[in-house]
Design a protein around this ligand. Sequence first.
Ligand SMILES: *Cc1c(COP(=O)(O)O)cnc(C)c1O
Length: 397
Amino acid sequence: MTASLPRKDLFDLPEGMIYLDGNSLGPLPVAVKDHLASVVAEQWGQHLIKGWNLDDWMEQPVRVGTRVGRLIGAPAGSVVMGDTLSLKVYQALSAALEMRPERKVVLSDSGNFPSDLYMAEGLIRHLGKGHELRVVAPEEVEAAITDEVAAVMITQVDYRTGRMHDMAAITRKAHVEGAVMIWDLAHSAGAVPVDLAASNCEFAVGCTYKYLNGGPGAPAFIYVRPDLVDTIQPALSGWLGHDAPFAFEQSYRPAKDIERMRVGTPPVLQMSALEVALDAWEGVDMADLRAASVRLCDLFIAEVEAKCPELQLVSPRDASVRGSQVSFAFEHGYAAMQALIARDVIGDFRAPDVMRFGFTPLYIDEGDVIRAVEILAEVIDQRLWDNPAYRRTGRVT
Ligand SMILES: *Cc1c(COP(=O)(O)O)cnc(C)c1O
């Protein structure tokens, strides 16, 4: 059966808040509260070390990975959870570079999230083999894929603008030129339909605290194409990626399947929160979710352009090349976002002047969009942002 959207009753959203930041940190699913309390009290509290077997903690990273895989078109057993996205980027890229030892270029784009680029810089420096990180404009990615490129490492949906790459076309070009394709799905998983198997890419990575509502610090995921996984040499060769961790052998031997991308002890409490958070996706058809997301984003754009002409759309107008977020530039964007947040409409800000709003059809509807823009229009029309309290910046924007 297909579930109808939204499913607000599944989330514990504060009364009166319009939460348009699920692209950054998803809200608390109601079921997570009780489940986490019982995992703490019973599994950790009563079972203690026995929990690894009794409560199947050891299988959890693959079990949860398979559930995330269903949302991104990955077959069972091809995704494993663990660590943070930055580390998963490092794992995927290091494996990709070992697959193309004769090539020295890592291709990415200027719309990528900085951490992915920073991890690539660190890896390249550490390898010391003369690799080059080549960063081009998003529109130039396809043309920049040449036979010099070892790995194309791209985030599908741009965190600032929401611009979305054509996964099939870029992967095809990478393969024509003999490059390895790595997709970062941080702003795709749970936001847009993804078909990893059809794309034929070698690697994909992503996080679960954004659209998948796994909570702050929820584990990341990594996908390796099943026909390749046995040939991957993990750079982060921790004991839980070993073929027989409890044999305590002196040397590393990678596990025979996706478990070789595990590193160390998994975060059981976070993974348990995520496992139950994923229940919110049961019965949700990703095509319905996408249709609802496009409706919400289009409505938001139309309303803001009608009511706040000072704001400039920086996201694509064409929904087919836009993810599930909409951004507007405004000279006083930071202060305006603070004024908006003070009025319980939660979005966020990305330097230099981008006001960013995420649309998550699991718990946002048209009424929320219209109300949010009414409040935004008050902030702009009445210059409510022009208040010193709204110019102070916190560590996190
Ligand atoms: C959110 C995000 C990250 C964050 O990485 P963490 O290691 O989870 O902090 C990395 N890359 C992209 C593309 C992101 O959107």
